[in-house]
Design a protein around this ligand. Sequence first.
Ligand code: UDP
Length: 341
Amino acid sequence: MPSRAPILITGGAGYIGSHTYVALLEAGFLPVILDNFSRCKPGVLTRLQAITGQPVVCYGGNVSDVVLVQELLRQHKFGAVIHMAGFKSVGESVAHPLSYVENNIGGMTALLRAMETSSCRTLVFSSSATVYGDPPAAPITEDFPRSHTNPYGMTKLACEDLLSAMRAAAPAWRIGVLRYFNPVGAHASGLIGEDPTGTPNNLMPFVAQVAAGQRAYLSVHGVDYDTPDGTGVRDYIHVQDLAQAHVAAVKALLEGEESFTVNVGTGQGHSVLEVTKAFERASGQAIPYRLAPRRPGDVAQYCADCGLAQKLLGWRAKHSLADMCADTWRWQRDNPNGYDA
Ligand code: UDP
C-alpha cells in the first residue's frame, strides 16, 4: 500500500493522537480522526488546521460504536488503524475499574469486530510500559515478564493478549504494538500540546504549571529510591518522536513487516530532580519543590531498551530532555489554560 493511504486514528484528537495526525500528514498519509472528545477539547482541530494548512477530517463518535466504525471503514477504505482511544489515568482506574474495562477492553473488542467485517487487518495499538509492572532491572527489553499492579495496567495487558490471540487465529492480521514510556513535550509550533483536566498527575505538566506560577511548588514523591539522587527515574520521550514511531510502525506494516511489539522510549533515564533542573534552564523560571512521601505503587526506575524498534522500524528518538522541556514550556507559556474550547 503506497503512502497517501487513509489511516484512521481512534482518539486522534488527544495529546498523542494530535501530534501523530500531523506526522502522518507530513509523511504523505491521509489521517482521519475518530474521537468522542470525552478527554480532549474540539479546539485542537482548529490548531491542527493551522499547523497543516488543510481541513481536518474528524468524526465525533465512539470507537465502541461498531456500526459507526464499520461505516467509516467502508467509506474510507483505510490502509491501517491506529488505536489510541483509551483512558490512561492509573488513579482513576483504581477508583473506577469497570469504566476502564468497558472503555479500554470494550473499545478494543468493538474495533476488532468492526475491522473483521472490512478488508483492513492492519492495526497499531497504543500500549504502555506499565505492562512491565515492577521490572527486575533496567534497561527493559520486550521479553521482560509482564504483570499489572492496577486496573489500567490490566486493560493494557488484556488488549495485548487479545491482539496475540487474533493474530494466532487469523494470520492476515498485521499488528504493531507500541509500548510507550513517558511521553512529554509538545509540537514546536506551540499550537498543540498536553491539556490535562484538573490537577496533572504526571510530572512534566505539573512542573510546567509550577514554572508558570499556576502552582506554588512541586511535591517530589520519594527521595529514598535506589537511584543516583534518590528520586524516581523515567524514560521520557518527546511526543514528536513518539508520533514518528507511529508513522514508522504504519509504514513497516504496510510494507509487509510481520506483527511486532516494541518499546518506544529514548533508552535514557532521568530523575525527578534532573527534569526539574532541566525545566528551570529551559524556562528561566525557578521551580520550588518539597520532598514528599512516595506515591503508592510507584517504581524506582523505568528505562527502555529501544534496540528492537530501531532494528525493525528503523526508528529512534532524536529529541533531548532539553528539547522536551523547551517545547513543553512554549506550549504552557502560550496556552496557560490549554485549548480554550
Ligand atoms: N512525580 C513527582 N511529583 C509529581 C508527579 C510525579 O515526584 O507531582 C514523580 C513520580 O513519583 C515518578 C516520576 O515523577 O517518579 C514520573 O511520574 P509520572 O506520573 O509522570 O509517570 P509514571 O510514574 O506514571 O511513569
